[in-house]
Design a protein. Structure first.
Length: 354
């Protein structure tokens, strides 16, 4: 076994700083567990912030609507009392069980840890947007071709083509067709067929806007493009009738979904099913004791890929880890509403009830 020099010793390492990873910090913090969080991105928020920071989310309990960025900001405020240490722009490359049962963890930047437990909250893994396969089109990426929207305002007043049939494509097409703050000059949605994977309500809104001549929908596939002096001026769209037409544009947004890749996680000897980590539903442990998986990265009967499901899994994973982190400590369920101990941990005053 390799000798590891001066690693950071900790009770828990969380891999992934998306909403579920951040809430795992909170649940462990309530149990007085200090954490280190590692993420390959340069900032917290995971997929919510990387791909659709301004997309509205409606199914967070007690929050009627928030964006991915707002949810991330709220979670960061919530975990402030626990002093988690973040390591951004790093990917975990090595996980090794040690003789004392702890894990040695090393990142792509050489940061090393010795930890009692690992919580994998890596979403769909190392995700990359699926690209539009048209030779030469990639030369316009990040100038006129985009696979994600980071700043909607930069597209205001542009002639826009959006391609894809899922929620992201429909949501952004609707956003730019309707929103006055960053309304596009024109919006054309292109999809290979008149059947969508998006929410039916979004499809209905899109068709209503088309009927009102506020946007257009074309059935077909992008098979080529036109440029003039190095500027993308249009795309060639081949319809079901075999006819290819030119659609003029300033900006092309492509939403073909994500291509999930487990990356190094696939080499850690864990039980994997369809690129997801199999876990139990008692404590969300993987096949390796001490390694837990929460959120979209895990798989179990009845699994639903929802943020609120991930939050639930975080709570049970935290309690499931206590016999490993504090083997001699009895852990009891306490409520943040009434527990003076938890109030102290959270840094708030205990309320006085009459």
């Amino acid at each position: 076994m390799r000798q590891h020099q001066d690693p950071i010793e900790t009770d828990a390492v969380i891999i992934g700083a998306g909403p579920v990873g951040l809430f795992q910090v909170f649940e462990l913090g309530l149990l007085e567990v200090k954490t280190h969080v590692i993420d390959s991105l340069a900032y917290p928020g995971g997929q919510c912030v990387e791909l659709y920071p301004d997309k509205p989310i409606y199914d967070i309990p007690a929050v009627p609507v928030c964006t991915g960025q707002e949810l991330t900001d709220s979670l960061l405020r919530q975990i402030e009392p626990f002093g988690a240490t973040f390591h951004f722009g790093q990917e975990v490359t090595v996980v090794e069980r040690q003789a004392d049962t702890r894990f040695f963890v090393e990142t792509s930047k050489g940061t090393r840890f010795l930890t009692k437990t690992i919580f994998i909250a890596a979403g769909v893994g190392a995700f990359q947007p699926r690209t539009l396969k048209v030779d030469g089109l990639d030369s316009f990426e990040d100038s006129q071709l985009f696979y994600r929207v980071r700043n909607p305002a930069e597209f205001a007043g542009k002639n826009m083509v959006v391609t894809g049939g899922g929620d992201s494509a429909l949501d952004w097409a609707l956003e730019f067709a309707r929103d006055s703050a960053h309304k596009a000059a024109s919006v054309i949605l292109i999809h290979r067929r008149d059947v969508f994977k998006a929410a039916p309500a979004s499809v209905a809104k899109m068709k209503a806007l088309c009927e009102a001549l506020e946007m257009q929908f074309i059935i077909g596939q992008i098979t080529g493009y036109e440029e003039k002096r190095g500027v993308l001026t249009g795309v060639k769209v081949t319809g079901a009738d075999g006819v290819t037409r030119i659609v003029a544009l300033d900006v092309l947004l492509v939403f073909f979904g994500l291509s999930p890749k487990l990356g190094p996680i696939a080499e850690w000897g864990l039980d994997i099913e369809r690129k997801q980590l199999r876990v139990d539903t008692e404590k969300y442990s993987t096949s390796e004791p001490g390694i837990f998986a929460v959120g979209d990265i895990n798989s179990y009967p009845g699994k639903k890929k929802l943020i609120l499901s991930g939050f639930h899994e975080c709570a049970l994973a935290a309690y499931g880890a206590m016999p490993i982190i504090f083997p001699d400590k009895k852990v009891f369920l306490q409520y943040t509403t009434t527990s003076p101990k938890l109030h102290k941990v959270l840094g708030v005053e205990s309320p006085v009830f009459d």
